[in-house]
Write a protein that binds this ligand. Sequence first.
Ligand SMILES: C[S@@+](CC[C@H](N)C(=O)[O-])C[C@H]1O[C@@H](n2cnc3c(N)ncnc32)[C@H](O)[C@@H]1O
Length: 248
Amino acid sequence: MNGETTTTIDIEDVARFSALANDWWDPDGSFALLHRITPARMAYICDALGPIRDPNASPARPLEGLSVLDVGCGGGLLAEPLTRLGASVTGVDASEPGIGAAREHAVKAGLQIDYRQVTIENLQRDLGRFDVVIASEVIEHVANVTFFMERLSSLVRPGGMVVLTTLNRSVRSLVLAKILAECVIRIIPPGTHDWSKFLTPEELKSAMQSADIRPLGEAGLVYDIRRDRFELGPNLSLNYAMHGVKLI
Ligand SMILES: C[S@@+](CC[C@H](N)C(=O)[O-])C[C@H]1O[C@@H](n2cnc3c(N)ncnc32)[C@H](O)[C@@H]1O
């Protein structure tokens, strides 16, 4: 894990996302892979939130009544479907152009989402605590995992849920996510990922536990070549999701 800095920002990394901000909603653009994994990660999130969902919520809006903080929301690829399912969503991101793209798209879509350009360490305390905090494909980009997780945990109410997705630091992710995806087929812009910053499931679990989050489950986001889509499965060797409950 990373050193002792008290910022979660990797400036160069955030600058890379800012430079690509116009691409957020192009399903075939720089964020194509994030678009492709969204149905599977939404399925994971909805399932993970089962224990805290309102049992009387309508089937069309199963997340009604839940406040959700989407940390590192980018262009809002998760914030928007979460809002459509009834959640009250706040999206924060360090990238100003990213938040700009998210705001613009939400307005066009007629969705109410509270977007803010801010780092997790600078989030105002008056935002209170959320029922759910999500950080999807973000933790592998931050400068200090321990500090990021502490701040993230402080924004969840006791009994609330944390949902994370990220890339495993495995030989498979080095070959597929770093070399093949970035350098050969270029479905991810070159330089997007620093493989050494990826976390194994054990490391992620341990970071959650150190921040008073009890891990409750995990699943791999696995590409099914026959169906040409990502699905949830037991193989965590590449991209995976994990969730847990905030203890105190
Ligand atoms: C790979 S993108 C994921 C975006 C979104 N969660 C999604 O999955 O569609 C990572 C995002 O995290 C943001 N980010 C990186 N470090 C951050 C930090 N310390 N605080 C807030 N946002 C951060 C980047 O600007 C970028 O938009």
